[in-house]
Design a protein around this ligand. Structure first.
Ligand SMILES: Nc1ncnc2c1ncn2[C@@H]1O[C@H](COP(=O)(O)OP(=O)(O)OP(=O)(O)O)[C@@H](O)[C@H]1O
Ligand SMILES: [Mg+2]
Length: 583
């Protein structure tokens, strides 16, 4: 896992190696200072040797400057390596997310992916920086200081060793407790982001339902959950600092006491006692850094797992080995197709679908909400793969096609389609980046979008806001249809794509399709019978199964569900509820 994630260090390998080297240099320089200090006091001050003080003093300045430069360089390279690493991680994750199938997106949820791309990568970045700067610094500082102390006075160094052991055990238990809480914190971030994302992207709906208070409460709950976990986690780490101070002071008192006795009995010099005291600080500081490093790394390891999941998620919808690059025609064959969103579930959303659609045929699909109309057509362009059975387009299984070829030839106007910020031209050219202006105009005319685009002050250069918020629902649907048409597909699927378009325009669009693209297989999902009644064949879906297939007249005669819907829609001038109330 670690290896896969660390692969993203890439061009920052040199900086990652340089950082600990500079940090070790800094430690060595730091460790020399107490030694030189002792020499100044014992051989210079105590003996009144000015020359020695000058010489060693200059050396000390030199050592300090080198240490300072090494420290700065270590810091610079450390930040460069860690931010670069984070950048590469984000890029790799984003690229992989682009290849995700709809099923993978369902699995992680959009909010979960956003947290992983932001919060988790940031934690990883901080963890990595800490690791690079401290992984060598803390242990080497600890070891060198201990060795130096042993050289000066083994009996005093033993006190340090005891202190290190006591602190080590205490830190271990404290951190074990806090780590548990840190690990719980990240899934809570997902909930927080979900609340923010849902609220902000659907702010208009929230406002129209006057749900601000509810949403604010939801957010408050999510952020309080994070607050509580961090208070718990930090609650145990607060003992670290006082414990540290206690140990330092206890050591200083002990050393001063023992040291004073040793000086009196001439087994230790004043200078040596002074350097021992500095080493004492060094040792305990490194312990402190160690503990911080563990906190960061435990948080980092929680993030590491979450990042790894995104990096290694393999889309189950991938290109086959020797794909077909040509779709012969627009015929579609469903052979015993069953489908479930969750592969392990027993119940199927679609059950035993057998259906053969000839190239150029126009097919209507009608059925109650949740009857799996969308699920059925999503299989054709391989947004999901069938669970059982086989689905052929142009006589070849969809899983044997090159994905781009298949999706270029099967154009779907999704049920919840969206536009992107940019001009109308930009949006239309999502369908075909090389489309000429004339081709764009033609597609817009077929989709009955030209009539309102021409009335806009900037025409096709009119700016569309994010999500298409500055055009009406019906206009948005027509732009989405025009965009799908620009692909010049062999199969065109409209999933409830004219629901917001008035009946007359809806009819005009269908007429244009019939006349202008007669060779294209058209599948139209609709709630209104009038939208599908002139199709060659209509499929009635019920609970994921085909209940009836036939032309409008045939179905009115033979199919109960169809007849009921038809009658209810034609009474009371086409409005079911009105008709009922009138009765
Ligand atoms: N991404 C998904 N993950 C899991 N279950 C899903 C998903 N999308 C739809 N379903 C389930 O599959 C079933 C069929 O849904 P589908 O969207 O195909 O219905 P539909 O006929 O298109 O409905 P509508 O007319 O409302 O658009 C529903 O029970 C729904 O809960
Ligand atoms: Mg649907």
């Amino acid at each position: 896992m670690l290896r896969r994630v660390l692969k993203e260090v890439k061009e920052y390998k040199a900086a990652s190696i340089a950082t600990p080297i500079f940090m070790i240099m800094e430690v060595i320089m730091e460790m020399m200072i107490p030694f030189l200090m002792a020499s100044i006091i014992d051989d210079g001050v105590n003996k009144g040797d000015m020359n020695h003080i000058m010489k060693v003093g200059l050396l000390m300045i030199g050592v300090a400057v080198i240490g300072l430069i090494a420290g700065v360089l270590g810091g610079v390279y450390g930040s460069k390596a860690s931010t670069g690493f984070a950048k590469n991680l984000r890029k790799a994750m984003f690229e992989n997310i682009q290849s995700f199938s709809f099923a993978s997106i369902d699995k992680f949820s959009t909010a979960g992916l956003v947290t992983r791309l932001t919060t988790d990568v940031n934690t990883m970045q901080m963890g990595y920086q800490m690791f690079l700067r401290m992984m060598m610094r803390a242990p080497s500082s600890l070891i060198i200081a201990l060795v130096m102390s042993y050289i000066i006075s083994p009996s005093i160094a033993n006190i340090y060793l005891m202190a290190v052991l006591v602190m080590g055990v205490a830190v271990f238990f404290i951190l074990r407790r806090s780590m548990r809480y840190f690990k719980q914190a990240f899934p809570k971030y997902d909930a927080l982001n979900e609340s923010v994302q849902e609220n902000v992207s659907a702010i208009r709906v929230v406002k129209s339902y006057v749900r601000e208070d509810y949403e604010t409460n939801k957010f408050k709950k999510a952020s309080e959950a994070i607050y509580r976990i961090f208070v718990k986690a930090e609650g145990s780490t607060v003992y670290l600092n006082p414990l540290m101070s206690l140990t330092v002071y206890a050591c200083i008192i002990l050393i001063s006491w023992i040291g004073a006795k040793m000086i009196v009995s001439s087994t230790l010099t004043t200078g040596e006692l002074m350097s021992l005291l500095s080493y004492c600080m060094n040792i305990l500081m490194s312990l402190m850094i160690f503990s911080m490093m563990f906190v960061m790394m435990s948080m980092g390891s929680a993030s590491l797992g979450r990042i790894y999941e995104v990096l290694c998620e393999k889309s189950d919808i991938v290109n086959p080995e020797n794909p077909f690059y040509e779709v012969k025609d627009g015929s579609i064959d469903f052979d015993d197709v069953s489908f479930a969103y969750n592969k392990n579930a027993h119940s199927r959303v679609l059950k035993d679908i057998n259906l053969h659609i000839a190239s150029g045929e126009s097919i209507g699909i009608i059925g109650a909400t949740g009857s799996a109309k969308t699920s059925m057509v999503n299989l054709i362009s391989r947004l999901y793969d069938v669970t059982e059975g086989s689905l052929k387009v142009g006589g070849i299984d969809v899983r044997d096609y090159d994905l781009v070829t298949l999706r270029d030839n099967v154009s779907v106007v999704l049920q919840n389609n969206t536009l992107f910020s940019g001009s109308i031209y930009d949006n239309l050219r999502w369908g075909n980046p090389n489309a000429t202006d004339e081709e764009c105009h033609h597609a817009a005319e077929l989709a009955c979008a030209a009539e309102f685009i021409d009335k806009m002050p900037d025409g096709y250069n009119t700016h569309i806001e994010q999500g298409g918020n500055n055009v009406s629902g019906g206009q948005k649907q027509r732009l989405c249809i025009a965009r799908a048409l620009l692909k010049k597909p062999k199969i065109l699927i409209l999933d409830d794509s004219t629901s917001a378009v008035d009946t007359a325009t809806d009819k005009k669009i269908r007429k244009a399709f019939r006349e202008e693209i007669p060779g294209t297989t058209r599948i139209i999902i609709a709630q209104r019978i009038s939208s599908v009644m002139d199709c060659d064949r209509i499929i009635v879906l019920n609970n994921g199964q085909i209940d009836g297939v036939g032309s409008h007249d045939e179905l009115v005669q033979n199919n109960e569900i169809y007849r009921e819907v038809f009658e209810s829609q034609t009474q009371g001038n086409g409005d079911f509820d009105e008709g009922k109330e009138a009765r």
